[in-house]
Design a protein around this ligand. Structure first.
Ligand code: SF4
Length: 344
């Protein structure tokens, strides 16, 4: 595996990918720029979101926060609001913190060096490699799931991608095929992985490197990549109370980091005095990456002004209404609940 890529026997594979990319690159808004700020935002937005689903969010985000300074000066809750619908809100919190880091530690200038980019909050090796190669001619492969899949198939390599050494193993493997233009090569691998060498049913007949692909020639594409360890999602039950009166309801901002960091939620407990006001209970399920949630939401309709005043004055909740709640970010199941309550 130790090879200098200039003498690698496999360099022609990278070159084929480059010329394929030259003709077939997806026409995406962030492909027209080398602004590291925009490339960074797009890399984070599309980490767990499909391009078609995240494109509007990306455009709106860039429109409202066109540069590092504007983002750094914004309120965190507004950043969260523009992230609404993308999920994984810790990404938005990290982006916001990193923009302040760039203002404070780099005088507002996006760092060009891979190691420096890596110091930004929420930026991992993949993102740092993508930004440095696309914007600053850096030479690191942006190894992600696409690289694992494409390379393990091309070389029919059964290295387990759940192994903790997978990143460094596939980085070396990438070095064998990687041409000088690493920025375009990284983007070619992204496009090939998402458009052609898909996880299921890869479109091998359209693939620019099918002549070089061992898994394809062995008719074993579905055997790669090899992954042995499956992270099992654990079950978690949550209880909420939708305490409301005359179109107003109570919320608070989450403080813990456990899940849904900084999002808004309903009260999780009520006093005994409120129990007679419970009008119904709805149970919904929701999946997070490592959690299967069962959420029980009780509708507590308070028809006594005195009780409402007492409960709201004794507890640190925010009183909101349907209109104002659009300005806040809620976890998806609570957001759906609010929308449905509006219809009832
Ligand atoms: S030939 Fe098929 S399996 Fe091999 S890299 Fe291309 S799309 Fe992937």
């Amino acid at each position: 595996m130790e090879k200098d890529n200039k003498t690698s026997d496999f360099l022609h594979i990278g070159n084929k990918l480059l010329s394929w990319y030259g003709k077939n690159a997806r026409d995406l808004p962030f492909r027209q720029t080398k602004d590291p700020y925009k490339i960074w935002i797009c890399e984070i937005v599309f980490q767990q979101t499909r391009i078609s689903q995240g494109l509007n969010h990306y455009n709106n985000f860039i429109k409202r926060f066109p540069d590092v300074k504007t983002l750094a000066e914004a309120e965190e809750n507004e950043v969260l609001l523009y992230w609404k619908g993308l999920g994984y809100y810790s990404r938005a919190i990290n982006i916001h913190k990193a923009s302040q880091q760039i203002m404070n530690d780099y005088h507002g200038v996006f760092p060009a060096d891979y190691e420096e980019i890596l110091k930004l909050k929420g930026v991992g090796k993949y993102t740092a490699a993508a930004i440095s190669s696309i914007c600053f001619d850096g030479k690191m492969p942006a190894v992600d799931g696409n690289f694992y899949r494409v390379l393990s198939r091309i070389f029919a390599d059964d290295f387990d991608i759940s192994n903790s050494r997978a990143f460094s193993y596939f980085s070396q493997l990438a070095g064998l095929v990687m041409p000088e233009n690493v920025g375009d090569f990284n983007q070619a691998m992204m496009d090939l992985g998402s458009e052609i060498c898909k996880p299921k049913n890869p479109l091998c007949s359209e693939c620019p490197v099918n002549d070089d692909c061992l898994a394809f020639s062995l008719d074993k594409t579905s055997d790669y990549p090899v992954k042995t360890k499956k992270v099992k999602a654990s079950d978690l039950s949550l209880k909420y109370y939708f305490v409301h009166r005359n179109g107003q309801f109570l919320i608070r901002q989450r403080k813990d980091d456990f899940i849904w960091k900084k999002l808004f939620e309903f009260p999780t407990a009520i006093s005994a005095e409120l129990e007679p006001f419970i009008k119904g209970v709805k149970t919904v399920t929701h999946k997070l990456t490592h959690k299967n949630l069962t959420i029980e939401i009780s509708s507590v309709e308070i028809d006594s002004e005195a009780v409402w005043n007492r409960f709201t004055s004794e507890n640190e909740y925010i009183i909101t209404d349907f209109e104002a709640s659009h300005e806040k970010s809620f976890p998806k199941p609570l957001e759906n609940y609010i929308q449905n309550s509006l219809k009832d």
